[in-house]
Design a protein around this ligand. Structure first.
Ligand SMILES: NC(=O)c1ccc[n+]([C@@H]2O[C@H](COP(=O)([O-])OP(=O)(O)OC[C@H]3O[C@@H](n4cnc5c(N)ncnc54)[C@H](O)[C@@H]3O)[C@@H](O)[C@H]2O)c1
Length: 396
């Protein structure tokens, strides 16, 4: 069967989509993206990400307005209404209420604590991360079972679930021959933090629900997301997306571009040979859309590796340094002692054909993209606090 492309869903064939974590970095642009394409969209969020900014003494590079104002602004700008449920996904009454009230046909579940360094600050942060993430996902699974057994769960996992094995990373499963017998089994997981472990626990729970209750689910093992603008979030200052640059929530590439804009050293942890999958936030939109339009079958636990290109951290820093130099911004690359426990030189190659087979058209990282990120960072450089950039959480 030909995969469904976005165009098939335009018009009157739209879905009710719940976006859990819809106030966050990936969630907010996803809300606008689906709403713009005519789907009925609801957000579930407790805004805890904004509280973590307060806890860490940092803020988004871009000014962001409260979620209620975001939703009102979107209605004013687009004429489209988005429903807002404010509450905690670890509270089952809250989650069940949404399912009864909104009756989603698909849930895009972003609502987790997503920083590895945050999860490694101390015991309390590790316990919080695993409780928040695992309980929230379990609640979604039970709410689906009890209230919406046909609903499709699109769950954001991470490529970090796999670690860095010395063989190619497959998409969720691997064919294994052992003592003369053969089976297709879940791909081995070697997560590198208590956060990444929470994602592995989620994956196991979802797989079990699919097998046991006939739940339909897609686990999107996402790489590191860069970029921040989408067509919709640029339409009005009240629709701007958040951008993290601090040592706890800031991710490589976005952080390097911001460091280049403010004249800060580009901080590479250790040798910088750590290789990871990366994708533009525009491709996050494409991937979740393709997953939603082509749902998993009943009882199917489908895994897609969601990234477009692989880069080493040092290679990214060097590219940012080169583009910054063309813009007459001088930057140094400094190698900091690695706060993490991870291989700094290793083999890494992961498969990512499932989404390409569904019709994904990747946005690649060009020098123009890096330039546009540095230019955008220059606009807000006065909001950057240089004191929050250094890594603080130590793995050991
Ligand atoms: N950003 C990346 O580079 C990246 C890479 C791989 C995977 N992911 C995954 O994608 C998802 C979204 O990431 P993001 O960068 O948008 O994170 P984010 O922190 O910006 O957004 C997460 C949102 O979920 C909300 N949330 C968290 N716990 C909640 C709870 N218990 N109840 C209600 N709301 C809650 C937060 O308030 C926030 O708005 C995460 O699950 C993350 O693990 C992100």
């Amino acid at each position: 069967m030909r995969p469904r492309s976005p165009i098939d869903r335009w018009g009157d064939d739209c879905m009710r989509i719940l976006i859990a974590g819809g106030d966050g970095f990936c969630g907010w642009p996803t809300v606008l993206y689906f709403s713009e394409r005519g789907h009925e969209v609801a957000i579930a969020d407790n805004m805890i990400r904004r509280q973590w900014d307060v806890e860490l003494g940092t803020q988004s590079l871009t000014p962001i307005v409260p979620v209620e104002q975001r939703v009102d602004a979107w209605q004013e700008v687009s004429g489209r209404k988005v429903k807002l449920y404010v509450g905690d996904m670890t509270d089952y009454n809250f989650v069940e209420h949404i399912f009864k009230d909104f009756q989603p046909e698909a849930v895009i579940h972003y609502a987790e604590q997503r920083s590895a360094p945050y999860s490694m600050i101390n015991r309390e942060h590790a316990v919080f991360t695993q409780t928040n993430n695992v309980v929230g996902t379990l609640n979604v699974l039970y709410a689906m079972k009890e209230n919406a057994p046909e609903c499709h769960l699109i769950k954001l996992g991470t490529m970090g679930e796999y670690g860095t094995p010395n063989i190619d990373v497959e998409e969720g499963y691997i064919r294994i021959q052992h003592k003369g017998r053969e089976d297709v089994l879940p791909y081995p997981k070697q997560p590198g933090s208590f956060y990444h472990l929470s994602k592995v626990h989620d994956s196991h729970n979802i797989m079990f629900a699919c097998k046991t209750w006939g739940t339909r689910a897609t686990d999107l093992n996402q790489g590191v997301v860069y970029g921040w603008w989408t067509e919709e979030t640029q339409r009005d200052a009240r629709l701007y997306n958040r951008i993290d640059y601090d040592g706890v929530f800031g991710t490589a590439l976005n952080r390097f571009c911001i460091q280049a804009a403010v004249g800060h050293d580009l901080t590479v942890y250790g040798q910088g040979g750590q290789t990871r999958g990366f994708l533009n936030i525009l491709d996050t939109m494409q991937c979740v859309e393709l997953a939603a339009l082509n749902p998993a079958d009943k009882g199917e636990f489908r895994v897609f590796n969601q990234f477009t290109e692989e880069f080493s951290i040092l290679n990214l820093a060097q590219r940012v340094q080169r583009v910054a130099a063309d813009m007459e911004l001088a930057t140094n690359i400094v190698h900091l002692p690695n706060p993490r426990v991870e291989k700094e030189q290793h083999y890494f190659h992961a498969e990512n054909t499932n989404l390409l087979d569904l019709g994904m058209q990747p946005n690649y990282l060009t020098d123009d993209v890096i330039r546009s990120l540095i230019e955008a960072a220059l606009r807000y450089k006065d909001r950057v606090d240089l004191n929050v950039i250094a890594p603080t959480a130590q793995w050991r």
